[in-house]
Design a protein around this ligand. Sequence first.
Ligand SMILES: [Mn+2]
Length: 330
Amino acid sequence: MGEKLRVFIKNLNPYSCAILCHHNADPDAICSAYALSKLIKKLLNHKVEVRIIAPEGISLPSRRLIECISEINIYDDFDESDLIFMVDTCTFIQLGTLCERIKSCNIPIIVIDHHTPHSDILEKASLLIIDENASSTSEIICNIFNELGFKIEEKIAFALLIGIIYDSRRFINVSSRTFRIVSNLIDAGANYSEALKLLYIPMDISERIARLKAAQRLKIHRVNNWIIITSHVSSFEASAARALIDLGADVAFVAGGNKSKLRISARSRSSFYNQTKIHLGKDLMEEIGARINGAGGGHATAAGANGIGDPEEVLELCVKLLVEKLGQNN
Ligand SMILES: [Mn+2]
């Protein structure tokens, strides 16, 4: 992959490059774009201008990131250039306001991504560097540095580490290959705890209070060996339900809003779903939604319903329904 990229860039010999990120660019997009900008400069013998462009802005964690790595400059508009890169972006639609312009331009486009490319990209791109087994686009950029024998400097290593941590959601579902790359980045000077600190976004005080109130008001229902928790808050019910799972519940139902605008948030531990096969969306919240003159649904372990009703009564109904489902399982 690295060699193909090197040959392509050397042959084209661009004097200006644009690296496009998807709209609301996340740390993986920003960090891979930053490292790629350094790589392009290493590949060419002359001075090349490289601009990182994030149409429609960047995400909150990305904003914290560029405050910390002050070298990263982000532009929001596209100027003519000799070569376009698209990183972490698998369809032109993700380019937001730049979509049509890029789609119809005559500039060569190189796509570097870890998502399955959309057909519009397959048709238009001059070179595709796709690795769907990679944890992140940052991981692919690391591989390219290594394949081409370029040293990864401390700042670049730090950025790439952040991209990998962010996209792998702190190393959930990664291969041994990712760990080897991360170990090399840390050896190159990237500070792991600094990277974690940078990605940590403190929770808003009202959300923390909602979580604490949910804990203060919780009711414990023990069914077989399952711990089912109900509680109510005025807002942040989804966050509160997640917090109750962290506290030790197997299933948590938290009501939010009020009688005329009731919201129920349901969460379960994945072990609960694996053992009982009770799908919170299909088996519970769809029915709860219908019973409270509203609608409900969601995923197996995270679901919700909206409607009308007394919070306490509806929570009781949730537990009753769940107990029935558990009974059917026995
Ligand atoms: Mn990504």
